[in-house]
Design a protein around this ligand. Sequence first.
Ligand code: AMP
Ligand code: ZN
Length: 139
Amino acid sequence: MDKCIFCEIARHNIPADIVSENDDVMAFADINPATKGHILVIPKPHSTNLFDIEEALFVKVLCLVRRIARVMPEVLGCSGVNLFHSAGETAWQEVMHFHLHIVPRYGKEELRRPFAPVPAKEAELKETASALAQKLTNK
Ligand code: AMP
Ligand code: ZN
């Protein structure tokens, strides 16, 4: 199996522009930034994505995401941020080590929403919401 590039970054075996790290999590600059200051936050232990990351580790990732996002307006001059996570190849995931994108927004960038709002059929909303709700009561 090929080496996981983000495991290698987490172990300092390959370089990255690190923003913050501790024993559990790390944040570094995305080498193909969607906007200036685009940051990735990862857990150091390998998880693939939202489907397999352990809850406590996910919380640690989110805490670091929040800390970084909150200083971005002052440091970068952005006025908003988008958080982005792709879980699975179907959902555009390319690097198979959990990462959350923090994309600062300045208001003038050429970014598009990935989906347009289209009202659903009432029955479909009820059906999917209740199927998920039922499953969650057993978890
Ligand atoms: P995703 O499509 O969500 O899997 O995103 C993977 C992201 O990782 C992309 O935005 C890449 O630009 C970024 N990336 C890939 N290799 C590196 C690297 N060595 N250092 C920093 N970012 C990287
Ligand atoms: Zn990994």
